[in-house]
Design a binder for this molecule. Structure first.
Ligand code: SAH
Ligand code: SF4
Length: 351
């Protein structure tokens, strides 16, 4: 099947973002048909370790931004990370995602290189995704050489004007350049957006889909924006609007995922954890809409309530073992086959 938006008119796509009821079922039906043909019905697992919440950036939507003084900062030690990796290996997740705030100092960069090097040495078959923000090309190169082969860096929005409003100390072109550099270095590159951002229009979301298609990434991780009261983005008005539009944002996110599957075909799409803020089965609904990856948390319980990118984050009172059983059961109950013991690389990258 040909990749692209050409099978739809742009107007259709905008309309499809808001469908519900029978029309939404038809959209998901098509997305599932494409998923089955392109990537099969297996669901891949990545254990995510949120290993540090220090951050030098001030993204206005994020709960762990540097100016939020209400956050108790942590940085997990090597031994703690090794314990998490052992869990991931024994659980058969096949891949790890190392995520943190963005830190540019040498101590952090060397630490991350050491962790990636350790995984390469002890678990050479484990998929390694890094999601620690923007770095210079040479550092991405060092990480790649140390054994990282996937990198997740959401563009957040392809609208340059909205990006500017959300990132007082960020720059769209720099982030985009990072994505291009990662591609050049041979990473499987993942990006994504937040849906339902204040100020985001449906036209912006159509542009996001075009941005994905034109840039030909291998993996996508996306989810809905969720308010965090300790951030400058959340005014009384934004909070009220967000509460009022909750179900609309949720539906739009699912429709966006279905459209991604139909348009982008053989890529990996992760069901974002933030979906569960809207519906306890949010991530499962995302799988039914076309996603094929879940990222159960392996972060030790004592750190979970300190890594609150947004409010009401699910699973903060659970530990890795409970998340494993819960996710495995949910995925099976949703009618999918959990694929354990394999890396689950993006078929799009391979092809
Ligand atoms: N520091 C890295 C990785 C950690 S943040 C980076 O920024 O790339 C991981 C993702 O969390 C971000 O890309 C963003 O899309 C998401 N996020 C942050 N704040 C959020 C919020 N309030 N609601 C939903 N997602 C949020
Ligand atoms: Fe830091 Fe990432 Fe949050 Fe931005 S989104 S403040 S870079 S952790």
């Amino acid at each position: 099947m040909e990749r692209g938006i050409c099978i739809f008119k742009i107007m259709d796509i905008k309309k499809l973002l808001t469908v519900d009821g029978g029309e939404q079922e038809d959209l998901f039906g098509l997305a599932n048909k494409v998923r089955k043909e392109e990537v099969g019905e297996n669901i891949y697992f990545r254990g995510i370790i949120e290993f540090a919440n220090f951050c030098e950036k001030d993204c206005v939507y994020c709960g762990i931004r540097k100016s939020n003084e209400n956050v108790e900062r942590f940085w997990m030690g090597e031994e703690e990370i090794i314990e998490c990796l052992r869990f991931i290996h024994n659980a058969g997740y096949g891949s790890v995602v190392l995520q943190s705030g963005e830190l540019q100092n040498d101590k952090f960069k060397n630490f991350l290189l050491d962790v990636v090097g350790y995984i390469q040495k002890i678990y050479p078959d484990m998929g390694v995704t890094v999601s620690c923000g923007e770095f210079e090309y040479d550092y991405y190169k060092k990480l790649r050489e140390a054994g990282a082969h996937r990198y997740l860096l959401r563009i957040e929005t392809s609208s340059r004007s909205l990006f500017k409003k959300l990132h007082p100390d960020g720059d769209f072109e720099t982030r985009y350049k990072c994505l291009l550099g990662l591609k050049e270095l041979g990473y499987q590159v993942g990006t994504g957006i937040m849906t339902g951002l204040p100020g985001q229009t449906d036209e912006d979301l159509v542009e996001d889909l075009k941005f994905f298609l034109e840039n030909d990434f291998d993996m996508y991780g996306l989810g809905p924006y969720v308010v965090h009261e300790d951030t400058p983005l959340v005014t009384e008005n934004v909070k009220l609007e967000w509460e009022k539009n909750r179900s609309e944002i949720f539906n739009k996110t699912l429709n966006f995922i279905a459209l991604m599957r139909i348009i982008l075909k053989d890529v990996n799409i992760a069901a974002g954890t933030a979906l569960d803020v809207f519906d306890p089965l949010g991530r499962m609904k995302a799988l039914k809409a076309g996603a094929n990856v879940v990222m159960p948390s392996v972060t030790p319980r004592m750190y979970r309530d300190k890594y609150l990118l947004y409010q009401n984050k699910p699973c903060i009172d659970e530990d890795a073992e409970k998340c494993k059983d819960c996710m495995y059961n949910k995925v099976s109950a949703a009618g999918f086959k959990p694929m354990l013991g394999v890396r689950g690389d993006s078929l799009h990258f391979k092809s």
